[in-house]
Design a protein around this ligand. Sequence first.
Ligand code: 4SX
Ligand code: FE2
Length: 347
Amino acid sequence: MTATPPDVIRCAYAELVVTDLAASRAFYVDVLGLVVTHEDSSALYLRAFEEYLHHSLVLRKGPEPALGVLAYRVRTPADLELAEAYYRGLGCPVTRRPAGATRGIGEAVRVLDPLGFPVEFFHEAEHVERFTQRYDVHGAGALSRLDHFNLDTPDVPAARKYYEGLGFRVSEDIQDAEGTVYAAWMFRKPTVHDVALTGGDGPRLHHIAFASHERHQILHICDHLGALRKSGMIERGPGRHGVSNAFYLYVRDPDGHRIEIYTHDYYTGDPDNPVITWDVHDNQRRDWWGNPVVPSWYTDASVVLDLDGHVQPVVERAEPREADVTIGADGFSYTSGQAEFKLGEQV
Ligand code: 4SX
Ligand code: FE2
C-alpha cells in the first residue's frame, strides 16, 4: 500500500545561495522591487507585494551559487506527519526542523526528494503586512507573488510520475512523434504550474518565477535594466509563451540564478482541465511569436544542495535534448510554425 502524500497547497518559497548579498540586494530589491521582510549579515528574506507569509525568497550568503531548498506549503500541521512517513517510505533522507529553524517558518520537514532536490514542507509561518494596496511603495515593475519553480531533471516521465504521486496534475507538456517527453508543467494551485520539469542534466534549478499583474510591469523591468546599462542581465524575452500563454521575461541575477517574471496564464482548477501537448518542432511552443530561444536558456542552471549543504552530483540526460533537436547550426530554431506564409493566406 502506498502511504498518503501530504496535501500540498502550492509552491511557497525558495532559498538561493548567493555569493554577495549587497549585489543580490541591488538586483532583487532595487530592480525587481521585492519587499525586505528581514535582513542580516547572512541572509535577506524577501516577499512580493501580495504575499503575507514572512517570505517567498531567501537569499543566503555562501561560498558558491546554489539552490538551498524549495519549499511547498501544506494544508494542515498534520500534513507534516504525512510528509515524513511518505518520504521515509520512498527511502529518501528526511529531517525535522523545529519552528524558527528558518526565520519566519514554523515546524517543517525537509527531504532530499527522489529527483535529488532539497524540498521542505511547512504549514505554519509568520504573517507580515500584505502590501496589496500600498501603491505608494509599489514600483512600476511591481511583482505580486511567487508563481512557480522550474527544475532540470534527466528523466521527465519519471519525474512526472513522482509529482503525480504527490497529487500534482499536468497542465501542458512538450513531446515529439517518437514519444520523447522534453518538459511537463504541473500544478496544485489552480494555475498552469507550481513546478515545471525540464529534461536536462539534473538535479539543477532552471528558474523560479514571480508573477506580476500586468505586462507593462515586465516591460518596465527591461527599461530599468537598460537605464542601469545592465541589459546583459536580460537573457530571454520579453515575449509571449506558447506553453501557458503567459507573458514572460527571464533575467539572470548577479550569481547567474535565473528568475522569470510571468503574467497572464490561465485557470486550471476544474477536474477535467484539458492537457495541452505541444510538438517539440512547433516553433511557437516556447515563444508564441516564434522568437528563437537562446542556447544558454537550455544549458545553464543552478546546482542544488543536499540536506547537509553539499552540492548534489549532476546526472546527464540520456534522452534527446530539446536544444539539439530544435536549434540549427546557425543558432536559430526552426520550424513547423515558420512554414512558408503568403499574405492573405489562412493559417
Ligand atoms: O518556454 S515555454 O513557453 O515552454 C514556458 C517556459 C512556459 C511557461 C513557463 O513558466 C516557462 O518557464
Ligand atoms: Fe517558468
